[in-house]
Design a protein around this ligand. Structure first.
Ligand code: NAP
Length: 312
């Protein structure tokens, strides 16, 4: 196996994404030593039982000492607190990154705490499932998925190249863009779809008991695909909506306008317009399959296992 991209990698948070990074880094030889921290003893012990790393630390600052790359894998709302906790122990020249589903807020929270001697390059692997915790991870999670880096203007090109090489080694395709643009794009491709799923499942949950049991029984009609997304981690998603508020509200306003327009088409029986829209949307799905981000197998190509892809 060729030389690791990082001799020592520190993962702060070892849930779905942290454990998948650990497993992928081990499998591909992308990291020499993998140091792991989680805030609870229970999660840390489970990570050790699963053999996800080489050292396990109850203290976040201890984890990052001597690390060449530190990746925060925690809910976006606590990025600032975690950055503050690890900052004094960061090795000069090390790369500090994260995996948060929102970028501008993470940058605003973390930057004030980080010393100038480190390279801060935020990242978001657009890959995931509705499962959480250290048991949920798998080494193939990032294969052929996008990892978006949002380097600040003054990010060192060498550090950027190293982090890019690391993610590529984990199987991801790497793209760079600015944090605000990331947040706008992800608002429509991920955040608003999750909100719609939470909403439709919530509406069904509020129905009378009899109707509710029928919802379960006949869920293959489309509803169950929403329930998979709506089973995603509540804390993570609370933080996503609170920290990408502006872009989500902007996309939601457009969504509401468009759904009102659809309402009118149905009310006035305008079948031609409905066909026009449904044909355009079919073409979008074809494009996603052609881009290798979904299969065209029946039943959404999902094996109904823990590796169902949610790509947020
Ligand atoms: P997860 O499986 O729920 O794991 C979360 C980790 O963060 C755990 O180690 C947990 O520690 C720790 N944590 C939770 N609350 C914390 C707090 N208040 N302070 C310090 N640590 C805390 O979550 P995940 O799915 O890996 O998500 C982690 C990050 O990845 C999030 O920022 C999310 O936006 C991003 N992301 C998620 C997905 C996805 O599909 N899930 C995809 C791409 C990016 P304990 O278990 O010890 O409490």
């Amino acid at each position: 196996m060729s030389k690791p991209d990082f001799d020592r990698l520190a993962l702060i948070g070892i849930g779905l994404i942290g454990s998948s990074i650990a497993l992928a880094a081990r499998k591909t030889g992308a990291a020499g030593h993998i140091a792991i921290h989680s805030r609870t003893a229970e999660t840390l012990e489970r990570a050790e039982e699963l053999g996800l790393g080489d050292s396990y630390h109850a203290d976040a600052a201890d984890t990052v000492r001597d690390a060449d790359c530190v990746i925060l894998c925690v809910p976006v709302g606590v990025s600032g607190n975690v950055a503050e906790a690890v900052a004094p122990a960061l090795k000069p020249g090390c790369i500090v990154s994260d995996v948060g589903s929102v970028k501008a807020s993470v940058v605003a929270q973390m930057t004030p705490h980080l010393p100038e001697s480190v390279h801060f390059i935020p990242a978001h692997p657009v890959a995931g499932t509705e499962y959480s915790g250290p048991d949920a991870g798998f080494a193939e999670l990032f294969e052929n998925r996008w990892c978006i880096l949002t380097p600040p203007g003054d990010a060192g090109p060498d550090a950027l190249a190293r982090l890019t090489a690391f993610w590529q080694r984990l199987g991801a395709n790497v793209e760079t863009m600015n944090a605000e643009h990331h947040d706008l794009v992800l608002a429509i491709t991920s955040h608003v779809p999750h909100l719609i799923a939470y909403n439709i499942v919530g509406t069904a949950a509020d129905l009378e008991t009899v109707t509710q049991s029928e919802v379960m029984k006949y869920s293959a009609g489309g509803f169950r695909d929403f329930t998979r997304i709506a089973a995603s981690d509540p804390t993570m998603w609370r933080d996503v909506f609170l920290h990408n508020r502006q872009a989500v509200l902007e996309m939601l306003a457009r969504f509401s306008e468009d759904i009102s327009a659809l309402q009118r088409l149905i009310r006035y029986g305008d079948g031609d317009k409905l066909i026009e829209l449904f044909s355009r949307t079919r073409a979008i799905r074809k494009g996603i399959i052609e881009a290798g981000q979904e299969t065209d197998a029946a039943d959404f190509g999902r094996p109904h296992g823990k590796h169902d892809d949610d790509s947020d």
